[in-house]
Design a protein around this ligand. Structure first.
Ligand SMILES: NC(=O)c1ccc[n+]([C@@H]2O[C@H](COP(=O)([O-])OP(=O)(O)OC[C@H]3O[C@@H](n4cnc5c(N)ncnc54)[C@H](OP(=O)(O)O)[C@@H]3O)[C@@H](O)[C@H]2O)c1
Length: 182
C-alpha cells in the first residue's frame, strides 16, 4: 500500500478489522516512509463496544488513526424496530441467527433501546439518529460511521444524525446504559 501511495495511485491508506497491535505495526511501518495510517474500519455500535476494551480505540487515539465504525446501527437493532415488532425478524435473512437478535439478546438490549427511544422523543429525532450521534461524537473526532441502508429513507434519515448535538448528560446516560456491551 505504501508503494501504491508513492506511485500516486492511492491518496490514503486504511485497514479493516485490525487489532491494536496490528494497527501499531502498520502505523510504524508506514511512519518509516512518512506515510500516515488514516483509518481502521471495525465493528462499533452501542451494542458492541468491544473496541473500547480491547485496546483498539486507545491505540487509534494515541496514533491519530480514524475509526470507521461499520454496522453502526447494530444491523438495525439500535432502532428498536425488532424489539417493538419481533415479527420483522422473520424476513431479515442471516441476521436472525445472531445472538443479539434472539429473544435473550433482545431482552438484554431492551433497557438501552428504551433510553434511545426516550431521547429520540425528547430531541424530536429518530432512534437511529440518536445512536449515530452518540457514536460519532462520544470520542471527539476519532469516530466516523458508515451506516448501511435498504431504503432511500434510511439513508436520508441517517444523515440527519449530524443535525443536532446530544447534551453531555444524555451522552453519559447512553454510555452508562451500554457499558455492558464493552
Ligand atoms: N469491514 C468489514 O468487515 C465490514 C463488515 C460488515 C459491514 N461493513 C460495512 O458497513 C456498512 C454498514 O454496515 P451494516 O449494513 O452491517 O450495518 P448497519 O449500518 O448497522 O445496519 C444497516 C441496516 O439497518 C437497517 N437500517 C438502516 N437505517 C435504518 C433506519 N434509519 N431505520 C431502520 N432501519 C435501518 C437496514 O436493514 P433492514 O431494513 O433490512 O432492517 C440496513 O441495511 C456497509 O458499508 C458494509 O459494507 C464492513
Amino acid at each position: 500500500m505504501a508503494e501504491l501511495m508513492e506511485r500516486k495511485l492511492i491518496k490514503s491508506i486504511g485497514v479493516s478489522n485490525f487489532s491494536a497491535q496490528q494497527m501499531k505495526n502498520a502505523w510504524e511501518t508506514l511512519d518509516k516512509k512518512g506515510i500516515p495510517l488514516a483509518s481502521n474500519q471495525v465493528q462499533y455500535n452501542l451494542l458492541n463496544r468491544k473496541i473500547e476494551s480491547n485496546g483498539v480505540m486507545e491505540m487509534a487515539k494515541k496514533l491519530g488513526i480514524t475509526i470507521i465504525a461499520y454496522s453502526p446501527l447494530a444491523q438495525g437493532l439500535v432502532t428498536g424496530k425488532f424489539h417493538d415488532k419481533p415479527e420483522l425478524l422473520a424476513n431479515i435473512g442471516f441476521r436472525k441467527y445472531r445472538a443479539q437478535f434472539k429473544p435473550k439478546g433482545l431482552e438484554k438490549s431492551k433497557p438501552l433501546i428504551i433510553l434511545i427511544q426516550e431521547l429520540a422523543h425528547n430531541y424530536s429525532v429518530t432512534p437511529s439518529q440518536i445512536a449515530l450521534n452518540w457514536l460519532i461524537n462520544f470520542h471527539g473526532d476519532t469516530v466516523i460511521a458508515i451506516p448501511g441502508a435498504t431504503k432511500e429513507t434510511h439513508a436520508k434519515e441517517n444523515t440527519g444524525a449530524m443535525s443536532f448535538r446530544l447534551s453531555d448528560t444524555d451522552m453519559a446516560r447512553l454510555d452508562k446504559e451500554s457499558e455492558i456491551f464493552k
